[in-house]
Design a protein around this ligand. Structure first.
Ligand code: URA
Length: 238
């Protein structure tokens, strides 16, 4: 059956779907010996020969890897880092497949990051239409009041645009800081930090503890584990 070249490359574990589109546009992919730069190009994996870096790409040979990492603060999740800061991939060893992070967590944020070579799943999980809940535990300056919680539930304005409704629950009140649980389902840049700033309770510390039904549990900071088959099945069902 025919399918789009970028989807094929993503499913074969070459790169995320967006990155695969870049590879095609940059003329790095050959189909049946010819460089293809047209993004909509369809191929038949049964008949066509796809080459990347002059290696034949085939879906069947690639083992799909799904990992949950507890990212510490002070690591970047982006592949290219211009300031020489450590990246999350430095924490993972012994995996031959080309895995990459699903979405981003800020340099200063800790917590759950998924790593995979399944470009198709990455595309699904990071696409705005999929609305996967992301759960955070945050330490905030001050204690939000009922009005603040209500604002969160309605959505607050950040970068000139209202966020979708989010949830905030107070877990602990301290003298100068409070601990809250926050659930959002978008993935806008520094969204939690900006939302908390908007209600005048800036974030002092932020940790992602859940993506959908997957939870970080007691996975130690800086460590990772492979997802169980049931967890992978769940992610694919989203
Ligand atoms: N929101 C943030 O502000 N930072 C993150 O890393 C994730 C969500």
């Amino acid at each position: 059956m025919e399918e789009r070249l970028q989807k094929f490359l993503a499913e074969a574990g070459v790169a995320s779907r967006r990155k695969a589109e870049e590879l095609i546009a940059e003329g790095k992919i050959k189909v049946n010996g010819k460089v293809i730069t047209e993004l909509g190009t369809k191929i038949d994996p049964q008949k066509d020969e796809v080459l990347y870096l002059d290696k034949i790409i085939s879906k069947k040979e690639v083992e799909m890897i799904y990992i949950m990492l507890h990212k510490p603060e002070g690591y970047v999740t982006t592949a290219k880092e211009q300031f020489g800061r450590p990246g999350v991939m430095d924490l993972v060893s012994g995996i031959a497949a080309r895995i990459f992070p699903v979405g981003r967590l800020d340099y200063e944020t800790s917590g759950l990051v998924l790593l995979t070579n399944d470009g198709d799943l990455t595309y699904k999980l990071t696409h705005p239409k999929h609305d996967v809940d992301k759960t955070y535990i945050a330490k905030l300056y001050g204690t939000p009041d009922d009005m603040d919680l209500q604002m969160f539930r309605r959505g607050v304005f950040i970068d000139g645009r209202q966020t979708k409704p989010a949830k905030m629950q107070i877990l602990e009140k301290g003298e100068r800081q409070s601990t809250v649980e926050i659930i959002i389902h978008e993935g806008r840049n520094r969204q939690v930090r900006k939302m908390c700033e908007a209600i005048k309770h800036p974030v002092a510390q932020l940790k992602r503890v859940g993506t959908g039904e997957l939870t970080l549990g007691d996975l130690p900071k800086g460590k990772y584990r492979h997802l169980t088959p049931a967890e992978v099945k769940y992610l694919k069902s989203l």
